[in-house]
Design a protein around this ligand. Structure first.
Ligand code: NCD
Length: 329
């Protein structure tokens, strides 16, 4: 049976907690002189990136290398994709080369699901961001970061925590994956955005909507700022950048309205001066760099659980539950 991570909605509460707890164990490695585990020795992982990426791509690569996998980086630029090769033929080529897992980022929403449902590939498919659809490992690393800061309850989920996500929700796969995962973990999500940057049908999502950032800040435990994704826009969604920043941007004065324990998050890349000022981005409350570090541990956990490695550095441990993170197919 295939094992994939295509959508955050595929993760039950137990699946999500297993990934987060495994990531917590694996995070201890980053403090050691030798950061590698032999777990995926002899397994081949392909990073198939059809869209630009800095953090996600490097972080998957570091995670794969720390687990001793053989890593192949394939980017659409410079490959036969630019000569018109289809996703199917690309996948069949990777299968012929014996890929055990494919980490895919694609501009088309649904591309990872297409791969996961096909018989073109026999290995695991991990969605590293597809169009405006989903980015499940980003949601996992965000939840991991929140759990570390917001004192989880005894069940170690995020029950009762209030998360506010601000900005270009319409084009954000990060927002979509987060709303699924955070709800599964018991958090309450509020979206703040101009009406033009909210998707149609948002009333059906398990979240609240507000157009007034200032009124939501005092009730927020984690504030997630999103970039305005100009590359996905074909029209004007707000009058001017200045107007957008004034109403939906975060500066030092606004940040002071958050409760003392609250954190400011951003998936990156940040556009300083637009959705976040340099003062906020560089403040100790902003977890953007920590999120990147946590991304490595979380992606190691996902690979470990999907590919079924069972040996930690210090010798054999409990076998991992390899059936835990998979799509309902
Ligand atoms: C995001 C993405 O690519 O979806 N970044 C990321 O993966 N860390 C968000 C964005 O591009 O703004």
């Amino acid at each position: 049976m295939k094992r994939h991570l295509v959508s955050a909605a595929d993760l039950s509460r137990d699946d999500a907690l297993l990934v987060l707890d495994t990531a917590e164990e694996l995070a201890q490695l980053s403090g050691r002189a030798v950061k590698k585990l032999p777990t995926l020795r002899g397994r081949t992982v392909v990073n198939l990136f059809f869209e630009d990426s800095t953090r996600t791509k490097t972080s998957f690569e570091v995670a794969e290398k720390r687990l001793s996998a053989d890593v192949i980086n394939f980017s659409a630029k410079g490959s036969s994709v630019s000569k018109g090769e289809s996703l199917k033929d690309t996948a069949l080529t990777l299968q012929a080369m014996g890929a055990d897992a494919v980490v895919i980022r694609h501009h088309a929403s649904g591309a990872p699901a297409r791969l996961a449902q096909s018989d073109w590939l026999h290995g695991s498919v991990i969605n590293a961001g597809d169009g405006t659809h989903e980015h499940p490992t980003q949601a996992l690393l965000d939840a991991f970061t929140m759990r570390r800061h917001l004192n989880p309850g005894s069940g170690k989920d995020l029950a009762g925590r209030r998360v506010t996500i601000v900005g270009d929700i319409l084009h954000s796969r990060v927002a979509r994956s987060n709303v699924h995962l955070l709800t599964t973990l018991g958090a309450q999500v509020t979206f703040v955005a101009p009406p033009t940057l909210l998707p149609i049908g948002i009333e059906q999502w398990p979240c609240e909507i507000s157009y007034d950032l200032d009124s939501v800040l005092p009730k927020t435990d984690a504030l997630m700022m999103l970039r305005v994704q100009r590359e996905r826009m074909n029209a004007a969604f707000f009058p001017t950048e200045r107007e957008y920043s004034r109403r939906y941007g975060l500066d030092g004065v606004r940040m002071a309205q958050l409760p003392e324990h609250a954190i400011v998050m951003h998936p990156g890349p940040m556009v300083r001066g637009m959705e976040i000022t340099a003062e906020v981005a560089d403040s100790p409350r902003c977890t953007v760099v920590e999120q990147v570090a946590n991304g490595v541990s979380v992606r190691m956990a996902v690979l470990y659980l999907l590919l079924g490695g069972a040996v930690f550095a210090d010798g054999p441990t409990e076998p991992a539950r390899t059936d835990s993170v998979e799509t309902a197919q």
